[in-house]
Design a protein around this ligand. Structure first.
Ligand code: C2E
Ligand code: CA
Ligand code: CA
Length: 405
């Protein structure tokens, strides 16, 4: 069994290495509890652990049950510096002699299975299959290509409009990264952002995104286009960069862009882990007049306390809740409650992933401020976006009496 902690990097990056060490110690203790005398548990390095279950009598079902126990044990909160921190784990399992006949191969295949567990949403386990190996080879090739992508100028930005529900006008844009792969064509961020984060490449690429957004705003301003704020997604790793706020301000000054035209979107898992340094960086960014949004709101293990600690302007309700909002009572209730919560806290609220006019109608009814989604537009190129702004494209909204819950 190859075990990898899911959010170890975030803890290390935001809470410091001594807290990361403490987490590793606590995680090993939990693993030991499930191991009998014949088996072995070891730390391979970083946040990677391995368990060798040697008992020949172990059946697939008992291995499954062990893996389930381990995943559950590591999903429970860790108490670090007086705070409950959730990390969870992904586990890959390979079986001697079926999946390989030496230790190196078994370990490699368990690692591959772990990667698949991670990819299918973390906090679970997977058994190795031969098809997984092909994709592991592909992954390595991708990583090599990705390393040179910035220099070869293969990244591009698409932009997706955000629409104000007050009048249906475009109220802002979100910059979404695409990789123009030499063979595969446009690759979606879900397939390469995790790799950028793992390799640290997200730092230079993230800075490129901010730069490109400012360059785009400058070009549009020069062409007298009515510009709107553009949001950039920030990863946890980027908040670790000392002087990030200064770098951002420097880029804004270089292009002569008003800070109110830039926004950052951060997921709550980034905000939840108490990052004193992140609070400072975000306060500084905010003090320039740059807006801050919580992305995918409602999907992390959120402690709502961060809403007080961070200088946030906007909550983005995750697509997961919006998807079935018209048919699922719970999703509708959560969405309505988040809208009320946001407004009580003087925050803006935007619904993402709005695809149908029925969803729109419900959101209008509940007093949501903005929407984003395929209903109005998919992410498009900067030229297509400029055309949309130029023609003042608006969303037709059928207004009913707002229903303030
Ligand atoms: P996100 O920030 O939650 O972005 C929204 C995603 O939902 C985008 O996927 C967008 O294309 C998609 N989407 C928008 N409207 C709809 C809709 O109506 N229906 C459906 N089904 N999907 C919709 P995309 O572009 O593939 O981006 C995926 C994720 O990658 C983003 O999620 C964001 O977390 C990350 N990402 C993208 N660009 C960057 C970047 O420059 N830096 C960082 N750190 N992350 C980025
Ligand atoms: Ca986003
Ligand atoms: Ca989102």
């Amino acid at each position: 069994m190859f075990i990898d902690l899911d959010r170890f990097k975030t803890v290390n990056d935001t809470m410091g290495h001594s807290v990361g060490d403490e987490l590793l110690i606590q995680a090993s203790r939990r693993l030991e509890e499930y191991i009998d005398d014949d088996s072995l548990v070891a730390r391979l390095g970083g946040d990677e652990f391995s368990i060798v279950v040697t008992q020949a009598a172990y059946s697939e079902s008992s291995i499954k049950s062990l893996a389930t126990h381990i995943v559950d044990a590591l999903a429970k909160p860790f108490n670090l510096r007086g705070q409950d921190i959730f990390v969870s784990a992904s586990v890959g399992i390979a079986n001697y002699p079926f999946d390989g006949d030496d230790a190196g191969v078994i370990l490699k295949h368990a690692d591959t299975a772990m990667y698949h567990a991670k990819k299918s949403g973390r906090n679970n386990f997977k058994f190795y299959t031969a098809e997984m190996n092909e994709s592991a080879v592909k992954r390595l090739q991708t990583e090599t290509l990705l390393r040179g992508a910035l220099d070869r100028d293969e990244f591009i930005l698409h932009f997706q409009p955000k629409v104000s529900l007050a009048d249906g006008s475009i109220s802002g844009l979100e910059a979404l990264l695409r990789w123009n792969h030499p063979e595969l064509g446009l690759v979606s961020p879900a397939d390469f952002i995790p790799m950028l984060e793992d390799t640290g490449l997200i730092i230079p690429v993230g800075e490129w995104v901010i730069r490109k957004v400012c360059e785009t705003l400058k070009r549009w301003e020069d062409n007298n286009l009515g510009v709107v704020p553009i949001a950039v997604n920030l990863s946890a790793r980027q908040l670790q960069v000392k002087g990030l706020a200064k770098i951002v301000r420097h880029i804004l000054e270089e292009y002569g862009i008003h800070p109110a035209l830039l926004e950052f979107e951060l997921t709550e898992s980034v905000l939840m882990i108490e990052p004193e340094s992140a609070v400072e960086i975000l306060r500084e960014i905010k003090s320039y007049g740059i807006g801050l949004s919580v992305d995918d709101f409602g999907t992390g293990y959120s402690s709502l306390a961060y809403l007080k600690r961070f200088p946030i302007d906007t909550l983005k309700i995750d697509r997961m809740f919006i998807k079935d909002i018209t048919s699922n009572h719970e999703d509708a209730a959560i969405t309505r409650a988040v809208i009320v919560l946001a407004h009580e806290l003087d925050l803006n609220v935007i619904a993402e992933g709005v695809e149908t006019s029925d969803q729109l109608e419900l959101l209008v009814k509940h007093g949501c401020d903005q929407i984003q989604g395929y209903l109005f537009s998919k992410p498009v190129t900067s030229d297509e976006c400029a055309a949309m702004i130029k023609s003042s494209r608006t969303l037709a909204i059928r207004f009913s009496e707002p229903d303030f819950a």
